[in-house]
Structure formats: C-alpha cells, structure tokens
Design a protein around this ligand. Structure first.
Ligand SMILES: Cc1cc2nc3c(=O)[nH]c(=O)nc-3n(C[C@H](O)[C@H](O)[C@H](O)COP(=O)(O)OP(=O)(O)OC[C@H]3O[C@@H](n4cnc5c(N)ncnc54)[C@H](O)[C@@H]3O)c2cc1C
Length: 395
C-alpha cells in the first residue's frame, strides 16, 4: 500500500490550487450580487481555459485533459474549496455525452463544449419526478421527422448558460426512458423561472418548459430505452466529484476555524485552549481525514476497474459520508467563529450554506442509503467494507 501523492499528482494539485486562488477573487462579487457580471464571466472563461483543466474527463485526443479518476479527485478536492459554486466555471461535459455520443454528436456538441464554446445542462428533474425518475411526465412522441418533446424540467443547473440540454423523456406508447440532446434555441423551449436558492451560485438553476419541441432522430443519445442507464452513468461521475468537493470544502472551513481559534482570546485564554472548542476541532479533523482517505481509495478502485454495481454503491457511500461530514464541519466552523461565523463575508458561512445541497442533489442521502442497503442484500457486505484481496487472505 502506498498513501502518498506521486510527483505528478503533487503538480496537478498545485496547478489546481493556483486556479482556485484566481477564482476565489470572484467569491465576494458572487455573494454580493447573487451571481457574476458578464465581464467577470468573460475573465473567468479565459482563466479557466489557460488553466488546462476544462473537460478533465474527456480524452486528450478530443482536446480534453484526459485525467483518470484519482487525478480528477485530487483536482476536484481543490475545487471544493471554492464557495458560491465557482467550481462550476471549470466546465466538463456530462459523462453520458462523453461515452455515448455518435461521431456527428461529438462534432456538434462535445468538441465545442471541450473548447468552451457550447455548454450542456442536465434536464432530468420535474415537478412530480425527483428521486423517482420513473414518474417523469415529459414525453418524446415519434413523428415522421424524429420526435416531438413536451414537458417541464426543474432545477436545471447551468440552464442560464446552456445552449443544449441532456433531457430525459419517455417515448410512448411504452414509456421507454430515453435521453435526448436538445438545442436551447429550438422553438418551444422556454425558461419559466429562475428561483433563488440557499446558496448564491455563480450560475443559475432555472426551470424550463418544452412545448412541442421538434428534434430529429439523431437527437437520441445512446439508444432508445437507455435513458435511465445514461442518467445513472452521469450520477456515478457527479457523486464521486461531489464527495471530493465536500472534502475540500470541509478542509477550507476547518482551516479558517483553526486560524481563528488560535488567535481569538476569550475567557482568559485563546479559544483553541477551551476544551469544548477542542472537541469540535478534533471531530472535524477526523471527519476530513477519514473521508479524504475513502474518496481517494474509491477513485483508485474505479481506475483499476471492478464490479460496476458494487462501485456504484461505494460511490453512494462516499457521497453520503463526505457530504454529511462537510455539513458537520461547516456547522462547527461557524460555531467556533461565533457571531463572525454568521457573516456572509466569512467563507465558512458560505460553505455552511453551499454544502447543504450536496445531500440533496444528484440523489439524496436517503436514496444513497437505499442503494447501499440494496447492495448489501444482493451481493453482500464484503465488496463494500473490505479491501480487494481480503477474500484471498481469509482462505
Ligand atoms: C440547487 C439544485 C440544483 C439541481 N440541479 C439539477 C440539475 O442540473 N438537473 C436535474 O435534473 N436536477 C437537478 N436538481 C434536482 C435534484 O437532483 C433533486 O432535487 C433531487 O434528486 C431530489 O428530488 P426532489 O427534490 O424531487 O425530492 P423528492 O424526490 O420529492 O424527495 C423528497 C424527500 O423524500 C425522500 N425520498 C424520496 N424517495 C424516497 C424513498 N424511496 N425512500 C426514502 N426517502 C425518499 C428524499 O430523500 C427527500 O428527503 C437540482 C436541485 C437543486 C436543489
């Protein structure tokens, strides 16, 4: 076993941290104004392009960074230090689009996205379908020229900048779940609401309606009937990244809290000398160290390949564990700061709000727990809680 970064990973981490420092300069604007000005968006696009980190998950041959999972986790953990969703400025095509697009779809959607000229957004959730995508009411009715799509999609992250959607719809008459690539500028696509959320995110999560939107047969991503599978593939990728983000966010929150506790004097001593504060600091250090290790171990396992279902359940474990830990760490950090922890100008206050959604989006903690329990029932505990090679050791 080896638990240290390689020279290449150290360099990657350093480059990611440099990018994060540059993007942190936009946090205050984002918080104050509830988003970014057009000028800042242009500047950020240039900074991100120069960093070499866009399209990390995409092959080098197509213009992406071609990072493996462990490398992506190393980088994404750094991005998790950013508040206000500024990590979303480092674009990456959706996993399903990377793995399933045809050569024509690649030319039209993926390659421009890798270059930062087009952006896609995931349109799956609906008013009556969140955790349970089988309840999706959006339909894609076959026509002579392709499909006619009608329905409503909620919470579409990056919907304000997206110029195409990966949209999940049911194809009648058998309600066959299918993923479509739908251009934002098709007649019948309408942005209906831009709600405000707990966090102030660099971009928006608007709602859309799709009314008789005509698309060609070439708009199908993968095959008709593969909609849930592609949704799962996308969630797999996003969940491990969320777990890595959560570790980075918690790390930053604890760092600020420690700095403060070392210098703040109350009750005749530095705050860090008070045992109740020490308990919070120790618990937070444990939360971070344990989750960092598990998220990296899991990325390493994914790179080596393994049973896809077991890895899926392990990714659910990582998402639950790291995001719930980040919530605890951020909460304690606010507490350690006292009144100053409640100021929006304080990064720990923003982290406290920012990490809350990580237990909801891309599958709630409850749904992740169900996935883990189902894996225990179907394939047993071993793959979830032992290192590979344990079975040989038992023999
Ligand atoms: C800021 C933000 C951004 C988002 N971005 C996107 C996006 O880009 N694209 C997109 O498609 N969606 C997006 N979402 C939607 C997100 O994925 C859903 O909110 C999430 O999947 C939960 O669905 P829901 O809100 O309908 O809650 P529901 O599914 O209605 O769940 C309500 C509660 O019931 C629980 N629950 C549900 N089913 C079960 C069960 N079987 N057993 C036990 N408990 C259960 C849930 O855990 C939750 O606590 C976003 C959401 C937010 C808040």
């Amino acid at each position: 076993m080896e638990f240290a970064y390689s020279a290449q990973q150290i360099e990657l981490k350093r480059r990611a941290r440099d990018l994060v420092k540059k993007l942190m300069a936009y946090e205050d604007e984002c918080e104050r104004d509830g988003g970014l000005s057009p000028g800042s968006r242009v500047e950020i696009r240039r900074i991100v392009l120069d960093s070499g980190f866009p399209a990390m998950n995409t092959p080098v041959a197509w213009g992406g960074a071609g990072l493996n999972w462990i490398q992506q986790v190393v980088v994404e953990e750094e991005f998790g230090r950013l508040t206000n969703g500024l990590w979303a400025a480092v674009w990456r095509p959706t996993a399903a689009a990377v793995t399933r697009c045809t050569p024509e779809q690649r030319e039209r959607y993926l390659l421009p996205e890798i270059r930062g000229e087009r952006f896609g957004a995931r349109a799956i959730t609906e008013p009556e379908a969140g955790s349970d995508p089988r309840r999706i009411a959006t339909t894609a009715v076959r026509t002579d020229r392709g499909y006619r799509i009608s329905g409503e999609k909620w919470f579409v992250t990056l919907g304000d900048i997206a110029d195409y959607f990966l949209l999940l719809a049911m194809v009648p008459p058998d309600n066959t779940p299918t993923m479509f690539l739908v251009d934002r500028d098709r007649p019948g696509v309408e942005l209906t609401d831009t709600p405000r959320y707990t966090h102030n995110f660099a971009y928006e999560h608007p709602n859309f309606t799709f009314t008789d939107v005509e698309v060609g047969p070439d708009a199908v991503l993968g095959a008709v009937g593969e909609g849930f599978l592609l949704t799962q593939e996308t969630f797999f990728e996003e969940r491990i990244l969320v777990a890595a983000h959560a570790v980075g966010a918690a790390d930053r929150a604890l760092g600020h809290a420690v700095d403060w506790a070392r210098t703040r004097n109350q009750g005749g001593d530095r705050v860090i000398r008070h045992q109740l504060i020490q308990g919070m600091l120790a618990d937070s250090a444990i939360d971070i160290a344990v989750n960092r290790t598990f998220v990296h171990q899991l990325a390493w396992e994914i790179d080596r390949g393994g049973d896809a279902k077991t890895l899926n359940a392990k990714v659910a474990m990582a998402k639950i564990s790291a995001t719930e830990a980040a919530g605890r760490v951020a909460d304690r950090a606010v507490q350690i700061f006292g009144g100053r922890g409640y100021l929006r100008s304080n990064p720990v206050e923003r982290i406290y709000r920012d990490v809350r959604v990580d237990r909801i989006w891309m599958g709630t903690s409850e749904i992740q727990r169900i996935m883990v329990a189902n894996e225990i029932d179907k394939r047993g505990l071993s793959g979830l809680i032992h290192f590979s090679g344990s079975a040989e050791a038992d023999r």
